[in-house]
Design a protein around this ligand. Sequence first.
Ligand SMILES: [Zn+2]
Length: 304
Amino acid sequence: MINNFPIAYDSCYKLNLPPGHRFPMEKYEKLPKKLIEKGIADSSNFFKPNFPNIKDILLTHKKNYVDKLNNLMLSKNEIRKVGFPLSDDLIRREFIISGGTIEGAVKSLNHGISMNIAGGTHHAFSDRGEGFCLLNDQAIAANYLIKNHKIEKILVIDLDVHQGNGTAAIFKNLNNVFTFSMHGEKNYPFKKEKSDLDIELKDKTGDHEYLNILNSIIEKLINKLNPEFIFYLAGVDVIKTDKLGRLSLSIEGCKKRDQIVFSICKKKNIPIQCSMGGGYSEDIDLIVEAHTNTFLMAKNIIAN
Ligand SMILES: [Zn+2]
């Protein structure tokens, strides 16, 4: 059977964290189960990413940083900024997730769409990590497509509530990749980088205003750039119950956001890879529901 809705997933995505850690790691176990339970995916849709080739990672990240990760040599301060305890399992997980985005992006070239159950680690810079991000999966995959698949124009649509600061910095001087980030102006990171297009939203921005802004920008942007490939970072920390986000989207509004992005890709016939990004609502089932909606929209609009 042809897998026309490929989803990257490995059980290592759910890292064991110390009790009480604020990152909702269980979502990576619950989400694939929910997709199967709801009939959005079956086991044939999932693929287990390979450990990526280090030379592909080095298209994006500095060698001394990658060496530090592999040797677990980050300083205390660097570990504090990342927010996860440093371990072999963590580092392996980060590489596998990046592998899932690379392999997914290549699959998208054939099938139009691919998803990653995790990823969207947009706070990772070429030489450092922060904010739960160590390797920048979509930046890695973008550089991979440019090098190996002769893709010349890529658009990153980053709708996580936090600015894609790492992605913006990585592609600051590269014309092949246009970075678009729409985020809360008062949210982390407090020192923002300059994306090619940044839209900063006021605290408590709700569905109506959010969707109007997105609608007014997205098609014009795509018409102007004519990208050959789109990376979509679909963080669900835009919803009003989020502990870290400062916006006020409903679950339904978040679903409409995804619908807008996938519909324009379908209309323009542009392949898309989608990584999940953040989501920090108190109720983990709400996080999983919002991520599930992203898969539902992707499947209904593009994979069918
Ligand atoms: Zn976020």
